[in-house]
Design a protein around this ligand. Sequence first.
Ligand code: IPE
Ligand code: IPE
Ligand code: MG
Length: 236
Amino acid sequence: MSTKNTLPKHVAIIMDGNGRWAKLRGKERYEGHIQGVESVRRVVRAAADAGVEYLTLYAFSTENWGRPAEEVEALMTLFCSCVINETPELIEQGVKVSIIGSRARFSEEVNARLNEIEQRTAEGKVLNLILALDYSSRSEITEALRHIATKVAAGEVKAEEITESLVSDNLYTAHIPDPDLVIRTSGECRLSNFLLWQASYAEFYFPQTLWPDFTEEEFAKALEVYASRERRYGMV
Ligand code: IPE
Ligand code: IPE
Ligand code: MG
């Protein structure tokens, strides 16, 4: 049995190419990140208009802590200003924001802002916007295993009760369906530690466009490409 696609329920995007966008214009890398916020705005609107139910945006990987301190600092400042500037419009659009990733390394201020955006948008019913921040898929799976192992050791779960759905339920994405479509901009064709478990049967789309240049039209094109694919799930 195979499934003809219509609209993906969950689209996940690796927003890549901000630094190259800036460099091409003789600007500093952080200016590419600032410009990238415009694309986030466009894509959130386009996803909501199209009827996509879940949109996950990879905004900061655990590996990104290894970038120069000034770039990391600029990104943290940008996350905070985005919460302040974007929350009213997100509420108005019916967007519910949730964060996946580790919260341990963010400053108190960043964590307070992230809590603020989750709380203030909690009633949103139109689109679930999931932001992956300090996200590492391997850490997520490792943490889930640790959690399950603790329960086994305590006698709360038997080894034979460890199923795929139990693993899924112990990931950050426990209440989120698996992504149907993963988009990575900028022409790079890799996952960079993003949703390794969840994207097992996702369709992939790798446009050349750098993230700050990604438009509503390109998002619509990605949905079209998805609709033309045939998902076979190992069958014929
Ligand atoms: C993606 O753009 C944004 C983050 C990783 C935060 P990059 O900053 O990776 O841009 P390139 O890949 O260097 O062009
Ligand atoms: C992946 O992009 C992380 C985000 C888009 C947030 P990177 O630019 O950090 O990934 P690599 O280094 O090219 O694999
Ligand atoms: Mg990059």
